[in-house]
Design a protein around this ligand. Structure first.
Ligand code: NAD
Length: 257
């Protein structure tokens, strides 16, 4: 066993959704630093994706950028086809695209509920389906879905029942898919971040909320996006070859209290 090589992703092609911002962007960069070529997916091909692509090029890896909405299965199938045509066989996937908002349940309209569920839960299903269709044909692959500690606990003071339920769904969807594909070379796991400093919750109107997030976290701070890279590389790499159907909390101890 060559232990340091366990985390080496050289020779792999990875697809990352939500690669234009925050956690998905930083993980995409990290996977490239570990040697993978990357298909960058986001709903818009804008500055965010361009920055990710620029970083990956400077790390000496190849990338393609694809504008695709994770609520559209056909667009994801096409993104995977383009990935394989331009970069090679898809072996790794990291699904981070997601949205968050809040509203007391009694005031929440069906549209707000449904739109969030479509992106956060159906989007993960459609992404995994597209990725696995390719990986099953190769007989190998590793998928990591970004869930949230909100799929495990209820965030004190935040009225976001739809978000929390969507993330609990991502955790159990990941376990379910892990078992569907366990005999066919594909591992599926999830990561549940705690409060993380990304555009999702560092907006100016969130200042008060952010202070509470820090106080409530046992480590007394939010995670940086850098701190999501190690867990993602671990789960995607050979270092986790016997790990499937696991949800890895990366929450600064939040769920212990
Ligand atoms: P972010 O807003 O910085 O990034 C999310 C990205 O997903 C954006 O680039 C956005 O354009 C993309 N996206 C949104 N809807 C999409 C769609 N329909 N199709 C394609 N792309 C779409 O947010 P982030 O904080 O980096 O969040 C990434 C993931 O991490 C989300 O699933 C989020 O729920 C989860 N998460 C975040 C935190 C946190 O504190 N920031 C904590 C736990 C979990």
């Amino acid at each position: 066993l060559n232990a340091p090589r366990l985390f080496d992703l050289t020779g792999n092609v990875a697809l990352v959704t939500g690669a234009g911002s925050g956690i998905g962007q930083r993980i995409a960069m990290g996977l490239a630093q570990c040697g993978a070529d990357i298909a960058l997916i986001d709903r818009r091909d804008d500055d965010g994706l361009a920055r990710t692509a620029e970083f990956i090029a400077s790390a000496g890896r190849r990338s393609i950028s694809v504008a695709a909405d994770v609520t559209e299965g056909k667009a994801l199938d096409e993104a995977v086809a383009r990935t394989e045509a331009e970069l090679g066989p898809l072996t790794l996937a990291l699904n981070a695209a997601g949205i968050a908002n809040a509203n007391p349940a009694e005031d929440m309209e069906e549209d707000q509920y449904q739109t969030l569920m479509d992106v956060n839960l159906k989007g993960v299903f459609l992404s995994c389906r597209a990725e696995a269709r390719a990986m099953l044909a190769h007989g190998r692959g590793s998928i990591v879905n970004i869930a949230s500690m909100s799929g495990v606990i209820v965030n004190r003071g935040l009225s976001q029942c739809h978000y929390n339920a969507s993330k609990a769904g991502v955790i159990h969807m990941s376990k379910s898919l892990a078992m569907e594909w366990v005999g066919r070379g594909i591992r599926v796991n999830s990561i549940s971040p705690g409060y993380t400093a990304t555009p999702m919750n560092t907006r100016p109107e969130m200042v008060h909320q952010t202070k509470l997030f820090e106080e409530q976290t046992p480590m007394q701070r939010m995670a940086s996006v850098d701190e999501m890279v190690g867990p993602a590389v671990f789960l995607l790499s050979e270092a986790a070859s016997f790990v499937t159907g696991v949800d890895l909390l990366v929450d600064g101890g939040f769920c212990c209290w």
